[in-house]
Design a protein. Structure first.
Length: 297
């Protein structure tokens, strides 16, 4: 990725050797709306919106006669499966969009986030298939008049419903929490977004993981008020993060100009900068700054 400081480089050339212009820009963090940032923001809105929109459609699953309720509201089940499929595609895409930017701030963490979000997408697809299976079972159950046959459908339905609740309310949420926490850690370390926003994301992911564990231990019920309350912080945070990325983009620290000096003088500064803002310090992609550098880099 090119260093997002070319605009400052051009500005330095226009102002010549004016020390005031260099001093003014040295301490300013550049906010650059890059295509990956905009894409990540849009994908976050789509992924979170589709996931939250499917929650009201799951109401028939909580009824004692859930097969009858699903048969009466089969359109809701199909819509829920469609929204889960949308989330299955957008969840990994969010992590990939982040990876294109944050990998130089922590490639292992960024790659781990992509891996877990891909697993999350697979779980979304599995959940969609289970919901569609329940819709099919409910229709078959409604077409059978004999009680023995209905009891067989109910037994199969109970198994499918249990699998859906484990997959959608435990495994999926844990994969989401781990994957999200990994890229929030990278965002926190690299300061690509405000740190309060990264901390909010980490806390929200931990709360969501706690909700998944409590559902697994049957302390709280799946799709219950306590679970939604624990999931609310990360849902709101992702909407705020999405708007921030679309409006402001990522924040990149300025880099010093290292031209006009010997290679021996350049090496220690480049080594320090690679560890802190390595995405800026590739050859020919360094901001125009006077020597010695006056930035925190």
């Amino acid at each position: 990725m090119a260093c997002p400081s070319g605009r400052s480089a051009g500005a330095a050339g226009q102002h010549g050797n004016n020390p005031r212009s260099h001093a003014d820009g040295a301490d300013q963090t550049q906010r650059v709306p890059l295509p990956p940032a905009t894409a990540a923001g849009v994908l976050l809105i789509v992924a979170t919106g589709s996931s939250l929109s499917s929650a009201p459609l799951l109401a028939p699953l909580g009824a004692s006669d859930y097969l009858t309720q699903i048969a009466a509201h089969s359109t809701q089940g199909a819509a829920c499966a469609l929204l889960a499929s949308v989330a299955a595609l957008t969840a990994p895409a969010v992590a990939v969009a982040f990876y294109l930017v944050v990998r130089r701030g922590g490639e292992a963490l960024a790659a781990g986030a992509v891996a877990f979000r891909i697993v999350e997408g697979m779980y979304y697809l599995g959940s969609a298939m289970l919901v569609l299976s329940l819709v099919t079972l409910s229709r078959d159950d409604a077409g059978v008049g004999g009680d023995p046959a209905q009891s067989q459908y109910r037994t199969v339905g109970d198994t499918v419903l249990s699998a859906y609740r484990v997959l959608g309310n435990v495994a999926l949420l844990l994969a989401f929490s781990v994957g999200g926490s990994l890229y929030y850690l990278v965002l926190y370390q690299a300061r690509l977004v405000p740190r309060w926003l990264s901390v909010w994301g980490i806390v929200g992911e931990v709360a969501l993981a706690v909700a998944a564990v409590l559902v697994m231990l049957r302390v709280i019920a799946a799709e219950s008020g306590p679970q939604f309350a624990l999931a609310a912080p990360i849902g709101v945070q992702e909407m705020v993060l999405a708007i921030w990325l679309i409006a402001r983009g990522f924040a990149f620290p300025p880099c010093p100009r290292l031209t006009g000096i010997t290679r021996r003088q350049r090496r220690p500064v480049e080594g320090t900068c690679r560890r802190k803002v390595g995405w800026c310090l590739r050859r020919g992609q360094i901001d125009q700054r006077p020597w010695p550098p006056t930035t925190s880099c």
